[in-house]
Ligand binder design. Sequence first.
Ligand SMILES: [Zn+2]
Length: 216
Amino acid sequence: MRTPVRSAAALATTLVATLVCLAVPASAGPIAEGGPVGGPNGVDQGDFQMPFPCGQVWGASTHADHPAVDWNGVGPAAGDRDEGLPVLAGLGGTVLEVGPHRGYGDRVVVDHGDGWASLYAHLSAITVEVGERVTAATQVGNVGNTGSSGGPHLHWEQRYLGQPVPVLWAAGAPITTTYGSPGPTYTSQNCPPRAFGVSFVPAPRGAAPGPTSAKR
Ligand SMILES: [Zn+2]
């Protein structure tokens, strides 16, 4: 339909409002603080598990203007001794990107569906390929020190609609970080089979098992 003529200011206001709406869906009020927000496949931030094997303990740090958790090893994995340890997907999905990218060094991006993705950076090795389906417990690479990194650690981002969210979640709760490393410690609950639950494209209810649909 034809829109009435408006003043430039009104038009600008409308454009800004439109952009804001694109970036933050109506149901995404809690996103600034983290929290379950998702779409029709039932994927939300509360589904993420830590990107490390069940039972491992890691420290969560960050720094200013840095919407990510920098995971550092503690105890026997403190200092540089976390280099080479396995990095898991933390949530089921499809590998979207792999390889070096700017300061991230070698990184992996996994698309979890319903607007959610995650990024794993500074890896010393990558163990998945683009298009590969992963579960929460699938190894995507190894902790490393590639790109702009001051020592081995895992830079982990959770992204919603393409943007890193400021507060990351694991095991159904927000992750508290400090600016000092290693930060508050967390124990991975990425424990099969519970963490295997979310698939990228769930089969319709009652559908017979068969070939999966083409990758998107
Ligand atoms: Zn980082």
